[in-house]
Design a protein around this ligand. Structure first.
Ligand code: ATP
Length: 914
């Protein structure tokens, strides 16, 4: 371990690593080091190669038996059978590889999307880079919630603490500092360093990367840290179980076919091959792979809608969600704050202006200005970590290609709440950069959602002051005085009440309100040892700032969609009760009389009490992240499937506990993201609802192809079974069975997996997660459709055979009838609610193409001369084709008639309520 860094001072570390701590490395130097030392990643096990995937396809027992049987038929001189069967088996394996490869690729893409980033200073500028590109010498900025991207020697810390359990097993946070150590220590005691893979739980900091990739502490034990295994979803597990059951069932039926066939006098060898082929065709070995592909494709579609799935089971759970608990700021609202009202020394001022443009007027009871006004503005500007800057943008791009006009837009970097305060101060002529020419920041006690306040300590002309801002009720509790005409006067009950009233009035108008206060500190001050309790007391209250944060219009309609889909929405916010209520009303989440629970009330309630009411609460106000966990548990106790959003480190436990933990992609921290099942790339509530819709759609699609595959397989097995029972000749030869399996199960089933989502999917109630995949009559549909397919095929076979024709012709008729029955039936499987005419053929062009290709291949087997003897087909007359197609269309026509009647009924019953 490179313990040496711990003993060096920050300056010596920088010198050894040849880096300027202010400007960081140059891009050129960083590139050189990256080339020399390699990327900052831990080595992973090798990927599964294509050929291995291909070989894996032959691990299936029945396929091996089939190949053995083929080999035997080869020895017995049936060359064409042996070769063709082998080719079909190979094609099947190729199809399997295609499925698996696609699934693997999309999972890989997901992993890449979720790859971590680091904030560094390079070329004198702060920027985000992929953590893999970090090199020793890089200056990294760190913050609570970050996962540490490399081994770092700290050079600055503000109340920084890290949980290093991954390295040391110790789960309490370790406080960090920057002083050199006397003696080098192991990671457990190296308090002036942070290590790759550990999590920062508090504060902020900066440091120099001293080791990357396999050279880090984590790299040394990388063997122990495995990439999280891809979990299977509950459905995948259940299907695997079902698959095993089906195998035995199919084997039993196939064995019966063989035995009865042999007893009836068929050749043993012929019957054996028939039985094995039938088993291969009937066992839905492709099912798990198609399910994975359907899930993976669904996941890709979700990405396009800004929802990144981190855990595959979430895809299914999303479709079952009954309760979405969402943060307000930034998820339901735009997180673009503008201060509209200011309250100070008993009077109110209105503030005009748009966005972050620092232009606006103050109007109200009294003229702006005076010592109280100036103090408030100074506080707003200095107790602040955001930056206001002007960004050049080009406008008129499309129409003025040659000379796009350049215009500058005001933007903020950092927390929008703080940005709004910077803009407010700037409107009054107070700019932080100018103020900081005279005032120097000594220390900071950072904001966090639990404390709901932030404090900075500044020194100006020998005077040291603590500047505090935060939730008004919280700040006011710490105040003993208030500012009046530039002088602190004792805060009596009346003036306290007046402030709270002003706060309520602003909050009722949906404004987020912040209180601002200060305190002069005694002359001697040790910036290394700041304690919140010492500083944040006996404050002088200065005023309030109320800011708007408009709802996202799309979120309002998404809330409406949830309501129709039987999903409840709860808003969870750290904001004031009245602000929360006003926003919830505006968004249709709650009515005027809806119950609101505040963090304080929540503290008083037992878990049982909370569980009893949680279902009917749609607004939680002034809550802290730790309350979220209780809310999730209460709802789960009531049988709800809960989605919960979060961004800060403290949200991680609730996110982990929720059925669907959702982290914010923009404002979220690494730790929250890692705890989550899904990340919202745009932090937008609308994307959650879009993901739920996709989740429901994916499940629906899986049901579609299960219905299709199993109905067809039931049909195929029944045809053979009934034929041998009834003493008929075999209606299909082994090679025909295998071919049919390839053309009907391959492309059409895959195309069903990408079927567009039913348009009424968000009008149905959520699915019960315990519900069987065969619920709502699916099992019956599969068996009845399979029986219809079998009976019609047998009828055609019997008719053609008894008409005095030869058996090859009758088989060709049966073979084609069965194939086309299935190819038409696939369209009926597209919806359990709509007929194929209601859906339209163009809505899934993949399926149309898949069926056309399969039909083309089938024609090839019928008409290509050299294939005819192999597949024992004979050319059919037009009249015979009409019979084949006519019979194959019968179930579709019957289904349409039945569906038309049904859908008219359904429209009248279901949608009347909405
Ligand atoms: P959510 O994102 O869950 O809707 P929120 O963003 O409204 O919650 P927090 O960020 O936890 O809630 O803020 C809680 C309260 O703390 C706010 O209502 C505000 O009064 C205060 N607050 C927010 N940001 C800051 C800040 N940067 N400095 C000081 N106080 C703040």
């Amino acid at each position: 371990m490179p313990e040496i860094w711990q003993k060096l001072s920050a300056e010596e570390t920088a010198m050894r690593l040849e880096v300027d701590t202010v400007k960081g490395l140059t891009d050129h130097e960083a590139r050189n080091r990256l080339e020399r030392l390699g990327p900052n990643t831990l080595e992973r096990g090798p990927d599964v190669a294509m050929w291995q995937m291909f070989l894996n396809q032959f691990k299936d027992f029945m396929v091996l038996v089939l190949l053995a049987a083929t080999a035997i038929s080869g020895f017995l001189g049936e060359w064409s059978d042996a070769v063709t069967i082998s080719i079909i088996v190979l094609l099947n394996a190729v199809l399997g590889v295609v499925h698996e490869y696609r699934a693997e690729r999309s999972m890989e893409a997901l992993r890449e999307l979720a790859s971590p980033e680091a904030r560094v200073i390079r070329n004198g500028m702060e920027r985000k880079i992929p953590a893999a590109e970090l090199v020793p010498g890089d200056i990294v900025l760190l913050e609570a919630g970050d996962r540490v991207p490399a081994d770092i020697r700290l050079t600055q810390t503000v109340d920084l603490a890290a949980v290093e359990a991954v390295l040391t097993g110790e789960s309490t946070p370790v406080r960090k500092h920057t002083r050199p150590l006397e003696q080098a220590a192991g990671p457990a005691d190296a308090a002036n360093m942070v290590f790759m893979g550990t999590a920062l739980t508090r504060g902020r900091g900066q440091g120099i990367v001293v080791a990357t990739g396999m050279a880090t502490e984590m790299g040394q034990i990388a063997g122990m840290i495995q990439e999280a295994e891809q979990e299977s979803t509950p459905l995948q597990k259940r299907l695997a179980q079902l698959g095993r059951g089906l195998v035995f069932f199919c084997l039993a039926v196939c064995a019966m076919v063989v035995v009865v066939g042999v007893l009836r006098g068929e050749a043993v060898y012929q019957m054996f091959l028939t039985g094995v082929s039938l088993a291969v065709a009937a066992i839905p070995e492709g099912l798990p792979a198609i399910v994975t592909v359907a899930l993976a494709i669904g996941v890709q579609r979700m990405i396009r809608k800004h929802a990144i799935i981190r855990r595959l089971p979430a895809v299914e759970t999303l479709g079952c969600a009954t309760f979405i608990c969402s943060d307000k700021t930034g998820t339901l609202t735009q997180n673009e704050m503008t201060v509209r009202r200011v309250y100070l020394s008993g009077r109110e001022l209105e503030v005009s202006g748009e966005g972050y443009d620092p232009k606006g007027k103050f109007t109200g009871d009294a003229a702006p200005g005076g010592p109280d006004f100036d103090k408030l503005m100074k506080l707003a500007a200095l107790c602040n970590n955001a930056t206001l800057y002007r960004d050049s943008i080009s406008i008129g791009g499309l129409f003025r290609k040659n000379s796009p006009a350049r215009e500058s837009a005001w933007k903020i970097a950092g927390d929008p709440t703080e940005g709004a305060l910077l803009v407010l101060a700037a409107k009054a002529g107070f700019w932080r950069e100018r103020l900081e020419k005279k005032a120097r920041r000594l220390a900071e006690i950072p904001f966090d959602s639990e404390r709901k306040r932030m404090t900075v300590i500044y020194q100006e002309a020998g005077k040291i002051e603590a500047l505090v801002k935060g939730a008004p009720d919280v700040v006011l509790k710490l105040c003993t005085h208030y500012l009046r005409n530039g002088r602190p006067v004792p805060l009596d009950a009346r003036s306290r009440a007046a402030v709270l009233e002003a706060n309520s009035a602003m909050a009722d108008g949906a404004l987020r309100v912040l209180g601002l206060a200060y305190r002069e500190l005694p002359g001697k001050f040790d910036a290394e040892r700041v304690e919140a309790g010492d500083v944040e007391r006996d404050l002088v209250f200065v005023g309030l700032a109320g800011m708007i944060d408009p709802p996202r219009p799309s979120a309002i309609s998404a809330v409406h969609t949830c309501r129709r889909a039987g999903i409840r929405v709860a808003m969870i916010t750290g904001d004031h009760q009245l602000t929360a209520q006003a926003v919830a009303r505006e968004m249709g989440i709650a009515g005027r009389d809806s119950r609101v629970i505040t963090g304080e009330q929540l503290e008083q309630m037992s878990d049982e009490e909370l569980a009893a009411v949680a279902e009917n609460v749609h607004v939680y106000a002034r809550v802290s992240p730790r309350h979220k966990l209780r809310i999730v548990r209460a709802l789960k106790r009531q049988g709800h499937v809960v989605a919960m959003t979060g961004d800060g480190v403290n949200d991680a436990p609730a996110i982990k506990e929720a059925d669907i933990g959702i982290a914010m992609g923009i404002t979220g921290t690494d730790v929250t993201r890692e705890a989550s099942a899904m990340v919202l790339a745009d932090d937008n509530f609308t994307s959650i609802v879009a993901a739920v819709e996709e989740g429901r759609g994916i499940y629906d699609n899986i049901r579609k192809f299960i219905r299709y595959l199993l109905s067809c397989n039931v049909g195929e097995v029944l045809v053979m079974f009934l034929a041998v029972l009834g003493g008929m000749p075999l209606p299909l030869l082994p090679i025909q069975i295998l071919w049919m399996n390839l053309v009907t199960d391959g492309l059409p089933a895959m195309a069903l997996g990408v079927d567009p989502i039913d348009r009424d999917i968000m009008r149905r109630p959520p699915r019960d997660p315990e519900e069987s995949i065969f619920s709502n009559g699916l099992a019956w549909r599969i068996i009845s459709s399979g029986a219809v397919i079998a009976v019609l095929t047998l009828a055609v076979f019997a008719l053609s055979y008894s008409g005095g024709h030869d058996v090859d012709l009758a088989r060709t008729m049966a073979f084609n009838t069965l194939v086309f029955l299935q190819l038409f039936y696939v369209f009926s499987c597209r919806s359990e609610y709509f007929t194929i005419w209601e859906l339209g053929f163009q809505s899934n062009p993949h399926l149309l193409l898949a069926v056309l290709i399969s039909a083309g291949l089938q024609m090839g087997v019928n008409y290509i001369p050299f294939l005819q003897p192999i597949f024992h087909t004979v050319p059919l007359s037009l009249h015979q084709w009409m019979m084949v197609i006519g019979v194959a269309l019968l179930p579709t026509i019957a289904g349409t008639i039945q569906g038309q009647l049904g859908s008219r009924l359904r429209e009248r019953v279901t949608y009347l309520k909405v």
